[in-house]
Each structure stands twice: as C-alpha cells, then as structure tokens.
Design a protein around this ligand. Structure first.
Ligand SMILES: *Cc1c(COP(=O)(O)O)cnc(C)c1O
Length: 430
C-alpha cells in the first residue's frame, strides 16, 4: 500500500487530496505522509527484531530534519544520528532522548562537542586520531567522560553515486582498518573517554546487499580482534540504511534481509546493534507538489515549466537523480509525449526530468514529484530569493502545515544595513 494513490481520479496523500492542498497552501509545497514514515521505521525495527537483534534505530536526521518528522519517529522510540550542533538541537527539541543520539561527522567543532557532552548523547562516532584527542581534552576540561565509538573505513565500494559513497579508501570518513586497533587501545587507555564500540557508514542509496555484507563482516571481525586483546566493544553501529527504488524498475532489498545480513556478520558476538537509516525512512513518504507555469516548445523539445525549482529539490541537479513525476489529476487518455520538466531558475541544471513521457498537460495543472521526502527540503536553498517552501504533514484525513512559507519581510529581516548605507536623513547632518 502506498501512501500516495489516486482516489476518484485525484492523487491523495493518505486521505487528503493533493489538488486541494495545492489550492489551500499554495505551490510549491512538500507533503509528507505520517503513516508511511511510521511504517518504514517499524519495518526496520521488525526486521532487526526478527533477526534476533537488540537494536537501536537511530534515524539519520539529515535526510529530513523537520521537527514533526523527527517527532513522529521519536514517538516510535527512534534514536537519531546527527551530524551537527543544529541537528542535536532539533533532535532534542523534537523529543529524541539524548541517550539515543549518535553524533557522526568528520568536522565536529569544539563548540559542538561541548554541546553534545552537555546534552548527554549516547556516543560520538570518532573519525580521526586528532578528533580522539580533541574530544578527550574537552571532556577532561569539563570533568566528564565522553562515550566514543571509532568509525572505521572498511574500504568497500558501495557502487553508489560517487558523491554519496563514503566507505572507500581515499574517502574522508573514518579511520583505516589497519590503524583501528592502535587507536581503539588509545581510547581505552584514556580515562576521559569511554569506548563503546565501532561504527561505519559506507554510503547512501545502496540497492545491493553485497557491499553491506562485506563491510559488516569486516566490522564484526575487527570487534573480535579488539575483544581478543581485552578491549571493551559493547556496540556496533552499521551506519545508514538501504537505498530506495526511485525508478519503477528498481528494487530495494527488504528490511528483513538487511537484518539477516547484520545478524550473520555478528554471529555469536554479543553486542548491541545500532543502525542509522535516513533516506529509506522518509524518501517514499514525501512528495513535492508543483504547479505548471507555462509550456513551450523550442527546437523540437517540449518544455513544461513548473513553479518548483532546483533550489527546492536539488537532487536532480546535484546527483542526476531520477524522480517520478505525475499529474495530480489522473489523465483521461493513454496518450503521452516526451517533455522536459524544468524550473524557472536561470541555470541549465534546473531540470527535474528530460525526455519524460507525460500525458497532455497545460499551465495551471498541478504535478507531483514523487519520492521527495529525503534530501529534499533539507538541501533547499533560497537561491533567486525564493523562500523555503512550506511543508505539510498528513495523517489519515488530517493535514497540518508543519513549516509555513516565510513572508518576504521575514526572509529579509535577518539582514542589516551598515551605517554608511543608512538613509541620509538618519545620519545626522554635519
Ligand atoms: C547520511 C548518513 C546516514 C544516513 O544515510 P541514509 O543513506 O540516508 O540512510 C547515516 N549515518 C551517517 C554517518 C551519515 O552520514
């Protein structure tokens, strides 16, 4: 059952008409289905439990950091994987228990480390020898012990887009496997640190279990080595989740199989397990609703110009990503022609789809860009002075605005004129 389906010829999010939302809220807008977010989280929790694992599902907040989205997952018992002080603040504001927050990232600043220690997070996933020293020093200064896990780079090519592969030799993330035992021993010898275990994250949008199997096996092997040396390894963090099927002909592995791959890697090791899925929890639970501004034809190409743009949904421009696009009102004909769906921004990369089969459409019609719940609004910018677009959450027949569109005045309000540009009348005559 998908959360977005035609009912009486009109595309709905759960029980709410997207045509109605487009009129009421104004386009472009993001719409998220709460039920789909919950079902996706539950499928992970069940997949791990069925594989016999005691596991924390720490939602990868960067995929969609809207407070209502995080809170929906917090209610389910989710933890959070965060990569910045801003995400720590959001996760806590949305009701994530600090003891379930994992802090990842290669560039944690001293201020962010202090913030995380004060909040009492579950663990820092440490990415380098230098960071071990920084966290130890700051924890020592504050008279606390910092819980740390060592993020290793298993040198596995996840076979995903090069901009989102993170576990190959030469990627900036984690420490090399060969260096891990010495670094782990160093953490264990430092009284300001409490080593909790190991972590990895090999990349995003991975649709095959093979790279996970290779990386997870390597991580469990390292845990055995460390334990044999008498070092404490209580937890293994297996990183981000599965990819999603953006294309109709693609298929993502099941959560049950993913759980089994972890269970097989661990074998008889008694450890707590954490995973950090982001994309797979929210991608399919969200759509971008946009209205056609104009259609035009040029040199044999038919363009459909919409009111959403690359600043609202960057994935096509940034990763050549594919998103399904369909009219909100079901077409009455099977006829289709090839069109380019483009935004209004003055950049050649402001294109959502090229040569895409589309039923007859015209200005004022509303289109829905599918699978936009992850890495959508969070990557949006205000380029071209376009305010961030509103977000709506639907639950059954109810729809609520969970982030409103700022006014132009609000968008301008953070800026200030230097005195030499202030109007002459306020400068005082000399
Ligand atoms: C981005 C990221 C995640 C989430 O990855 P998804 O592919 O969205 O599941 C998890 N952990 C870390 C460290 C990340 O950087």
């Amino acid at each position: 059952m998908t959360a977005f389906a035609y009912r009486d010829g009109v595309l709905h999010a759960e029980g709410v008409s997207l045509a109605h939302l487009a009129d009421e809220v104004g386009t472009p807008l993001y719409v998220y289905a709460a039920g789909a977010i919950e079902a996706s989280y539950d499928a992970y929790a069940r997949g791990l439990a069925d594989a016999g694992l005691r596991a924390l599902v720490a939602y990868g907040v960067k995929a969609n950091d809207n407070l209502a989205v995080i809170a929906t997952l917090a209610r389910r018992g989710a933890g959070a994987d965060v990569v910045s002080g801003g995400e720590i603040a959001r996760a806590i504001a949305a009701g994530i228990v600090p003891g379930r927050i994992i802090y990842s990232g290669v560039g944690k600043t001293p201020a962010e480390i202090v913030q995380a220690l004060d909040a009492g997070i579950r663990q820092f996933n440490v990415e380098s020898a230098a960071e071990i020293d920084t966290i130890a020093r700051i924890a020592g200064d504050h008279g606390v012990t910092a819980p740390v896990a060592l993020r290793v780079n298993p040198d596995v090519d996840a076979g995903t887009h090069h901009k989102i592969a993170t576990g190959r030799k030469g990627d900036k993330f984690g420490v090399d496997m060969v260096d891990a035992p010495a670094l782990y021993a160093r953490m264990a010898a430092d009284r300001r640190l409490a080593p909790r275990g190991l972590a990895l994250h090999i990349g995003s949008q991975i649709l095959s279990l093979a790279p996970f199997r290779a990386a997870f096996g390597a991580l469990a092997g390292l845990a055995r080595t460390l334990r044999a040396e008498g070092l404490p390894v209580a937890t293994l963090d297996f990183g981000g989740g599965l990819g999603v099927a953006y294309r109709d002909d693609a298929e993502a592995p099941s959560r049950a199989d993913y759980g089994r791959v972890i269970a097989e890697a661990i074998g008889d090791l008694l450890v707590d397990v954490a995973i950090e899925p982001g994309r797979s929890i929210v991608a399919m639970a969200g759509v971008l609703v946009t209205r056609i501004v104009a259609t035009k034809e040029s040199h044999g190409t038919r363009f459909v110009v919409v009111d959403a743009a690359m600043n609202d949904l960057l994935r096509p421009a940034m990763y050549d990503a594919y998103h399904g696009i369909r009219p909100v009102v079901r077409p009455r004909t099977e006829d289709e022609s090839l069109v380019d769906v483009v935004g209004p921004i003055c950049e050649s990369s402001d294109v959502f789809a090229r040569a895409r089969p589309m039923p007859p459409v015209a200005a004022r019609h509303v289109l829905v860009i599918d699978a936009a719940g992850a890495y959508g609004r969070v990557m949006a910018s205000c380029y071209n002075a376009r305010p961030l677009i509103p977000e709506v959450m639907v639950r059954g027949d109810r729809a609520e605005i969970i982030r409103r569109r700022p006014t132009f005045e609000e968008s301008i309000a953070l800026e200030a004129m230097p005195p030499w540009l202030a109007p002459a009348s306020t400068q005082g005559a000399a």
